[in-house]
Write a protein that binds this ligand. Structure first.
Ligand SMILES: [Mg+2]
Length: 124
């Protein structure tokens, strides 16, 4: 079973994402900001990260850059999906430039989540 880390500062957003993923064969863990996320992925094996962009303490852009540039392999290569409710163009021209593997816009749907997972994770 794939382990997915949900990083979002809003409790209800994490809950929603977890609820939608209940029908999938995945295990979810959570972090409230990028700093927590970095601690978790250095401690336990995570297969995929859903990363909110706007968060206090350490936002999704800073966190993703840190993971891609500062952490050792294989942690630095964990697929990361950017989450945003706003126009992503206000954060970056291309999400790949920041180090994201995929971009998922809110509101979530099971189809969007399945597509994001299928595009970023090899079938297990
Ligand atoms: Mg947020």
């Amino acid at each position: 079973m794939h382990k997915i880390l949900i990083v979002d500062d809003i409790f209800v957003n994490r809950l929603l994402l977890k609820e939608v993923m209940k029908g999938l064969d995945v295990a979810c863990i959570e972090a409230q900001n990028g700093k927590e996320a970095i601690e978790i992925i250095q401690r336990e094996k995570v297969d995929l990260i859903f990363m909110d962009i706007e968060m206090p303490v350490m936002n999704g852009l800073e966190t993703t850059r840190h993971i891609r540039e500062k952490l050792p392999s294989p942690v630095r290569y964990i697929p990361i999906i950017a989450l945003t409710a706003h126009n992503p163009a206000s954060f970056f021209d291309d999400f790949r430039d920041v180090g994201f593997d995929f971009l998922m816009t809110k509101p979530y749907s099971i189809e969007k989540i399945k597509q994001a997972i299928n595009k970023t994770l090899p079938a297990k």
